[in-house]
Design a protein around this ligand. Structure first.
Ligand code: AMP
Length: 288
């Protein structure tokens, strides 16, 4: 991590090129804890711009041999500019720690909202799916496949706008839902079967998320990891009759959870799907 390029936050930037250090920030309350460190609310002193400062311990990264992956993630995320992709404004480091200067997502994890509400309304679900689709169209255009989209990696800003976080990085991080099959629930069949995979894995995940937003649980959840594997491989998809989810929503889910990845609905077609057109808020803003 010795000589990475440093990019200052766009908004807090006061001079052209500068190196950031901890003394540029007032560090406030902890926002959360990840596998390799903590995230704090912070304010860049000169501009008073509020950010989230993610502190990662170098020792932990080195212990797990993740230096290259972290660097790659930082490079990818710094280059992405989209309203639904969490901005990484820049980074700096000291002897023990790496600090990521992140856009602050005031609304926290979408996962928490989902657990609090049980399930989302069709308007909320369609708005989030449309925002995610827009973000993925942008990422795929830049040849970035996320591969690890799940509610824990989706944050909300102060207006309820969805932000994709953790680029390629959280693939390695311990799932917060390990006890309930963890990330397996979001894996496309080609990944479960360890076959080659491409952009279409993200389209599959949109189907999983759409189901989970509307029903509160992912579609292939099972008692054991083996059972989840089997259900994904067989596309053992069922829509509980106890719920009043619309036929159009089920149609979109069924067109995304397709075994043959080349037959999954494209991102462009998701945006034109009647359920999205009818329900999604065009501003991408959701009040819960
Ligand atoms: P992570 O290490 O990325 O898993 O982050 C740990 C926790 O910190 C997350 O679960 C969030 O609740 C919180 N968090 C991470 N990044 C941000 C951010 N940019 N804005 C607000 N909260 C965040």
């Amino acid at each position: 991590m010795a000589d990475q390029p440093r990019k200052p936050p766009k908004q807090p930037q006061t001079t052209s090129k500068r190196q950031w250090s901890l003394s540029d920030f007032d560090v406030g309350k902890p926002l959360g804890k990840g596998r390799f460190g903590r995230v704090y609310l912070a304010r860049e002193i000169k501009s008073k711009y509020i950010v989230a400062l993610k502190v990662i311990f170098k020792e932990q990264i080195e212990k797990h041999g993740l230096q290259h992956q972290l660097r790659r993630e930082m490079e990818i995320q710094t280059a992405l500019r989209h309203p639904n992709v969490l901005r990484l404004h820049g980074w700096f480091h000291d002897n023990e720690r790496i600090f990521l200067i992140l856009e602050y997502a005031h609304g926290g994890e979408l996962y928490r909202q989902l657990r609090k509400l049980g399930h989302l309304t069709e308007t909320q679900a369609a708005t989030y799916i449309a925002s995610l689709t827009e973000a993925l169209l942008y990422c795929h255009d830049k040849h970035v496949i996320h591969r690890d989209i799940k509610p824990e990696n989706l944050l909300l800003d102060h207006e309820g706008r969805l932000k994709i976080a953790d680029f390629g990085w959280s693939v390695q991080s311990r799932s917060k839902r390990h006890t309930m099959c963890g990330t397996l629930d979001y894996l496309a069949p080609e990944m479960v079967e360890r076959k080659a995979h491409d952009y279409a894995v993200d389209n599959w995940t949109l189907g999983i998320l759409c189901y989970e937003f509307l029903y509160g649980v992912p579609p292939f959840e099972a008692e054991s990891q083996m059972d989840t594997f089997e259900r994904i491989k067989k596309i053992d998809l069922a829509f509980p009759s106890t719920s009043d989810v619309s036929a159009e929503a089920k149609d979109l889910i069924s067109r995304l959870l397709v075994k043959d990845s080349s037959k999954r609905l494209s991102l462009e077609k998701i945006m034109g799907h009647p359920w999205i057109v009818k329900n999604a808020n065009s501003m991408g803003i959701c009040s819960n």
